[in-house]
Design a protein around this ligand. Structure first.
Ligand SMILES: [Zn+2]
Length: 66
């Protein structure tokens, strides 16, 4: 089964971009942060978990695509 990867990126107040990659593998999704070594599996709402990590760990809440 092919896995697909998407990402959630947010900028912090200094303009640095932080990225969490979301890899889909069957029913599960793996989250992986580029900035730190945070990893987490998620079955539901992986993008929400990624956003929460970015906000809590890196104070990155600005959506660069918005
Ligand atoms: Zn992180």
């Amino acid at each position: 089964m092919a896995s697909t990867t998407s990402k959630v990126s947010r900028r912090d107040e200094d303009g640095r971009e932080h990225v969490v990659h979301v890899t889909k593998s069957g029913p599960r999704r793996e989250l992986a942060c580029d900035t730190c070594d945070w990893r987490q599996g998620a079955q539901f709402l992986p993008w929400l978990k990624a956003q929460e990590h970015l906000a809590e760990a890196h104070r990155a809440t600005i959506d660069p695509t918005a």
